[in-house]
Design a protein around this ligand. Structure first.
Ligand code: AGP
Length: 362
């Protein structure tokens, strides 16, 4: 096992560090200048689609929320992201004009597989984004697009997630193209994705800083992750990762929702991890975060290079990336944060209690 860990203490850390390569592999052969090669999609009749569901569990569901946000931004077809465990019981409207996109690292998650089978019975067209070759979900879908993250051993998903984000960005851009919709920032996004392995490496270099911030949780039992718009995807993922591996109770909130209840929980030294990378709402988010500071919160702010944040003591600035891609570098920081919090608390990082790598019961 030590040999498999390739010199790292844990599989989780190894897999966190494999992300530049995993993203590079996932993009390989799929992006050529402004052209996206996902030829398998041509097997589908996307022109007739009038409703789209993104369906997944856990971390993969967070990738689904991201995919759905991009889809809604660019494509004028109603779409929604639903947790697979809820999907079959939510009376989804499915017929042959419905497209269902399933996201799964293992390709074996029972709820996701059952949802896929149900949607196929009702005539939906199906795409799966899967990491494990030949898995049940990949075999049952009309089209499978593989993330090329390599085997993910640690229970906590890391490289599968960031490769899912990269691949769904390509998928939604390609779908826009096939539906003759122009996406103005397409060239910039493709360039940004190509540069992403370097950006991720830059984030990995911040490991000492994240270790230092994770130590803020030493005597804390709770942490609050806040952000708006696409930052909410990182917020959900950061909170889940922290819970899974460190057992610190973590909540994820839209920054603007805090004052509708959760701010009552903020007191002196409460740890708040705040994301403000989305230009349209960053200033508002910052003002929400300042409300938590006024109540004594210990805030770690993740933002962009040019965002003024004079009142913050602990600020991490991500490199210049297109705002729609910011979730990838932010996630890397949050993975390191969760990892070091777990190590600090002496947890079994690779095999957290009560969790299985692949959940094959509904
Ligand atoms: C992620 O860290 C979790 N272990 C879990 O939420 C996982 O993402 C979920 O069970 C879905 O698994 P899948 O991607 O293999 O379908």
């Amino acid at each position: 096992e030590a040999a498999q860990k390739g010199g790292y203490d844990t599989f989780m850390l190894k897999e966190i560090y494999e992300q530049p390569e995993a993203i590079r592999e996932t993009l390989r052969g799929r992006v050529e200048k402004e052209k996206i090669h996902l030829e398998d999609l041509e097997k589908l009749d996307l022109e007739k689609i009038n409703r789209v569901y993104f369906v997944a569990c856990g971390t993969a569901w967070h990738a689904g929320i991201y995919a759905n946000s991009l889809f809604q931004k660019w494509i004028d077809v109603p779409s929604i992201c639903v947790a697979a465990s809820e999907f079959r019981y939510s009376d989804p409207h499915i017929d042959d004009k419905t497209l269902c996109v399933y996201i799964s690292q293992s390709g074996e998650t029972a709820d996701t597989l059952a949802a896929l089978k149900m949607s196929k019975e009702k005539g939906a067209q199906t795409i799966s984004i899967v990491n494990v070759l030949g898995s049940s979900i990949s075999r049952a879908s009309d089209v499978t697009l593989y993330t090329c993250a390599g085997p993910e051993i640690a229970v906590a998903s890391t490289k599968a997630f960031t490769t899912q984000l990269a691949l769904v960005t390509l998928l939604i851009l390609k779908m826009a193209e096939l539906r003759h919709t122009t996406v103005d920032c397409k060239a910039e996004l493709l360039e940004g994705l190509k540069r992403m392995p370097e950006v991720v490496s830059e984030m990995l270099d911040k490991h000492e800083l994240m270790k230092q911030y994770a130590a803020f949780l030493k005597n804390q039992e709770d942490a609050y992750f806040i952000g708006r718009q696409l930052d909410y995807v990182s917020v959900l993922e950061g909170a889940l990762k922290l819970k899974e591996v460190s057992y610190v109770h973590a909540d994820a909130y839209f920054a603007g929702e805090l004052k509708h209840g959760a701010i009552a929980l903020i007191e002196k030294d409460t740890v708040v991890i705040a994301m403000a990378t989305q230009p349209e709402v960053a200033a508002k988010t910052i003002s929400n975060i300042e409300e938590t500071m006024a109540r004594g919160a210990n805030v770690i702010l993740i933002t962009t290079k040019d965002q003024p944040a004079p009142k913050f003591k602990y600020v991490i600035r991500i490199p210049d990336v297109h705002p729609l891609l910011a979730v990838i570098p932010v996630t890397i920081l949050l993975q390191l944060f969760a990892y070091y919090a777990a190590v600090e608390k002496g947890r079994d990082v690779d095999k957290p209690r009560n969790l299985a790598k692949s959940v094959t019961v509904e």
